[in-house]
Design a protein around this ligand. Structure first.
Ligand code: ADP
Ligand code: ASP
Ligand code: MG
Length: 434
């Protein structure tokens, strides 16, 4: 039959009632044997995430300040969950130990990891499942990459039968120090476990019934995607569809394990299937997403196209200033580089001087206040008419397209617009394709 790995995100473990829903999801299919959990997330819009509170505790402790206020909120949350689940664990003692470790200077990663650690202990107890500490099985190499030994360790510990709960988000280094993934990293843990057990499917349970075709905060009621490819999802996640951590694709992609994004609050919805290949009969465009806060570095130099090594020198200058770039659309005598605003903080003036001097450029300008919108779909860029439809949609709502970047990938078309036009543009493209 094949086993199923289920990762439950922060909202799915936000309180005891949510965790009870996990119980019925797990019990309804005996193949659901490997469970990865996040730390309790928000119960409502203005609530706080446990992970954020733990980071705050660490920051205060590092400055020798009192952590009792934020830690009190952490404690209350866990005690409330434990009480609601009629847990048999000594939560008070576990929390006391964590508090003491924070005060005595535990590392930031250690402190943050306790969110999932405690949550997994609670869930394992509630489900009567075996708890596997991620520190013992998810191993990082010194360069922060996941060590392949992880898969052997997981296989050794995860048996042919039984139910297992593994905390997401962290592992440990060669020196056995706790190390976390980047934010949202429990998705990666789930994917690693799915690879280790060669799962039939990797279910990622969250608070939406799958990937929506656009950002629900900007486009009203976007349609859910039924099927989307790994490549498409990577483009969408990179540009801000943050339902699923973009790096969580890699462990499962090679093995062709489908990822099913599901809704804990609506478990009968089929959700979105992330697969290797999809039938484009259902529509070429799968999603339209975007991000704001980009700057455009614009460089003009006559006959730039004939100058050997111009691009290399340009990127070397950016590298020497520690600036990473997103895209670099170019013309004959012009090159533009799109970077995130935060990359330029405090560096603008010197960067312009360097670019002018070293490249001997005729004109160098940096403009901020850009938004990028990417329209994603396998094979779309080679379909005649798609680009025309996109540009017409923007023209009809009077949006001036400042950058077009189709790149060499046939999977998306990126347009850059002024931030003030962002929401209008996103809506217009959505209406044109969905
Ligand atoms: P979890 O805690 O379960 O990992 P996340 O908060 O990381 O959940 O991701 C789910 C959230 O992603 C949704 O509640 C939604 O607000 C947001 N989101 C952003 N873009 C999209 C999109 N295109 N489709 C669906 N949800 C999206
Ligand atoms: N709890 C961590 C975070 O908030 C990891 C996760 O939820 O995946 O980023
Ligand atoms: Mg998430």
């Amino acid at each position: 039959m094949g086993s199923v790995v289920c990762k439950f995100g922060g909202s799915s473990v936000a309180d005891a009632d949510q965790i009870k829903k996990i119980g019925s999801i797990i019990r309804s299919d005996t193949n659901r044997r490997f469970i990865v959990v996040s730390a309790p997330g928000k119960r409502h819009k203005d609530d706080q995430k446990i992970t954020d509170l733990l980071y705050l505790c660490h920051e205060l402790a590092a400055q020798g300040l009192d952590i009792s206020e934020p830690f009190h909120i952490v404690r209350e949350r866990y005690l409330e969950i434990a009480c609601g689940l009629k847990n048999s664990l000594d939560m008070q003692a576990l929390l006391k130990k964590v508090e003491q470790r924070i005060i005595s200077g535990a590392s930031m990663d250690y402190v943050a990891s306790r969110g999932e650690h405690l949550c997994a202990l609670l869930l394992a107890d509630y489900l009567g499942a075996a708890f596997i500490d991620a520190a013992e099985v998810i191993k990082f190499l010194n360069n922060s990459r996941v060590d392949d030994i992880t898969y052997t360790l997981l296989k050794e510990r995860l048996g042919e039968e039984g139910l297992y709960v593994i905390p997401g988000f962290y592992g440990s280094t060669e020196k056995n120090e706790i190390r976390t993934f980047s934010r949202g990293g429990s998705d990666i843990t789930g994917a690693i476990v799915a690879k280790a057990v060669s799962a039939k499917v990797y279910e990622n349970w969250t608070d939406v019934s799958g990937f929506l075709m656009s950002d629900p905060r900007i486009v009203s009621n976007p349609k859910p995607m039924r099927e989307v490819t790994y490549r498409e999802i990577r483009e969408l996640a990179y540009m801000g569809a943050n339902v699923f951590h973009e790096e969580a694709i890699f462990p499962v992609h090679g093995l062709n394990i489908p990822i099913n994004i599901r809704n804990t609050n609506s478990p009968d919805d089929p959700g979105t299937m992330i697969v290797d290949k999809r039938d484009t009969g259902g529509g070429i465009v799968v999603g339209i997403v975007g991000k704001t806060n980009f700057s455009l570095i614009f460089i003009e130099k006559l006959l730039m196209n004939r100058e050997l090594g111009f691009g290399r020198r340009l990127f070397e200058i950016l590298e020497s200033h520690g600036i990473s770039f997103e895209h670099a659309p170019s013309g004959i005598d012009t090159m533009s580089v799109i970077v995130r605003d935060d990359q330029l903080k405090g560096k603008k003036r010197v960067l312009i001087e360097d670019l002018k001097k070293i490249l001997n450029a005729d004109r160098v300008e940096i403009e901020n206040g850009f938004a990028l919108i990417t329209t994603v779909g396998e094979g779309m860029a080679y379909r005649p008419g798609i680009a025309a439809r996109l540009f017409t949609a923007l023209a009809e709502v009077n949006v001036n397209i400042r950058i077009i970047d189709q790149g060499s990938s046939e999977i998306n078309i990126i347009v850059g617009v002024e931030a003030k036009d962002y929401e209008r543009a996103l809506n217009a493209i959505y209406q044109a394709f969905c």
